[in-house]
Ligand binder design. Structure first.
Ligand code: NAG
Ligand code: NAG
Ligand code: NAG
Length: 334
């Protein structure tokens, strides 16, 4: 009996410590944030497969572009891969790092439908490099915040996450406050104050906690549920370099400070420009926990806090609202 429980305990530990993670983003496979996070998740003992767009796809939401031909028609991000190169491929020295000439959402599908079955499946249970299932999709950390419904519906980082949740996978979007679209060959280093490294460490901490709590359960998050996480300015980019280990705060997606893009017409120049505007509709609370602060207010407070919101892809309005609308439209259905 004791032996049996020791064995099952050991088994649980093994399950909890090494998971299969699909890592993607919208800033491209060559962005510093994703490369730093790839390393941190690997260092945490996980089997990580990075599959991300060949070029910058910020703002592409869940759009599902696929390569029209099997070569690149333009250079990839930072000219790391060039026009004429294959439309998908991997790092020469690392089969676990792939680019795909698509959007974040289609990169997830490409990983699941092509890369994994073609290069990572194995019937040998002891094969440590094989990936037969994905335990979690991590998208990001994005170079830039994705706060409020106003950017949730636009972000490619969130788009890849939503597309993963559609497919039944637990998924998390991480969006960070470092906004420079930087090439990992310029910027990847071991500096503990480098924002990309702090974000990578926080992603690993978050993911590991989720997996520990998952224990022997099949899933890390319920079916149809994902998380969207926004990280504050850290390290060199924080005030007095004081934010090196931001705390976690539960938030909701709507609420105070929430904004969405607006358009302003300038008669003098006859041009339009866009800016972020706080619309009242972005503050409603119909679902979830209305006592939680909004993610936008937590980031606006600039207190070295990370906003963690839970979303579901059940986009229907709640039962009360649905009933009210149905009764208004009742005459149409008689
Ligand atoms: C383990 O699986 C991978 C992915 O399918 C495969 O490339 C590799 O050859 C396998 N290793 C062994 C020792 O069978
Ligand atoms: C932003 O990223 C580019 C591309 O890697 C790099 O050349 C540049 O130095 C970076 N700028 C800053 C301010 O870090
Ligand atoms: C953005 O637009 C609103 C009006 O919609 C205006 O009040 C605000 O000052 C503008 N902000 C910027 C930075 O232009």
């Amino acid at each position: 009996m004791l032996l049996h429980s020791l064995i099952s305990f050991g088994f649980c530990l093994a399950v909890a410590t090494s998971k299969n993670i699909l890592l993607t983003n919208d800033d491209s496979w060559a962005a510093t944030n994703i490369r730093s996070t790839y390393q941190a998740l690997k260092d945490a003992g996980h089997n990580v497969l990075l599959v991300a767009p060949a070029s910058q796809r910020s703002g592409w939401s869940s759009k599902f572009d696929i390569p029209p031909v099997n070569t690149l028609q333009t250079d990839g991000e930072f000219e790391y891969i060039k026009q004429g190169d294959p439309a998908w491929g991997h790092e020469e020295n690392d089969m676990n790092i792939w680019y795909f000439n698509g959007t974040p959402a289609s990169s997830v599908a490409f990983a699941l439908e092509y890369v994994i079955p073609t290069y990572f499946s194995s019937s040998d249970e002891n094969n440590q490099t094989a990936i037969n299932n994905i335990d979690l999709v991590v998208s990001g950390p994005n170079e830039g915040l994705n706060l409020s419904p106003g950017t949730f519906v636009i972000s490619g980082t969130v788009g890849a996450t939503v597309a993963s949740v559609f497919r039944g996978l637990p998924a998390i979007a991480f969006s960070a406050s470092n906004t420079n679209n930087s090439f990992f060959k310029d910027s990847l280093n071991d500096d503990p104050l480098e924002p990309a490294n702090i974000y990578a460490k926080k992603v690993a901490e978050f993911v590991n906690t989720l997996f520990e709590k998952q224990g022997a359960n099949d899933r890390a998050l319920p079916l149809g549920v994902g998380l969207t996480v926004n990280l504050p300015k850290v390290g060199y980019e924080s005030t007095d370099e004081s934010c090196t280990d931001p705390s976690w705060v539960f938030t909701r997606i709507t609420g105070a400070e929430s904004a969405a893009p607006n358009l302003l017409y300038d008669a003098e120049s006859n041009l339009v420009k866009s800016n972020m505007t706080k619309f009242e509709a972005l503050t409603v609370c119909y679902n979830g926990d209305c006592t939680l602060p909004s993610e936008a207010s937590i980031i606006a407070d600039d207190k070295c806090q990370t906003a963690v919101s839970v979303f579901s892809i059940d986009f229907d309005a709640n039962a009360q609202i649905t009933e009210n609308i149905h009764s208004v439209l009742g005459p149409l259905f008689q």
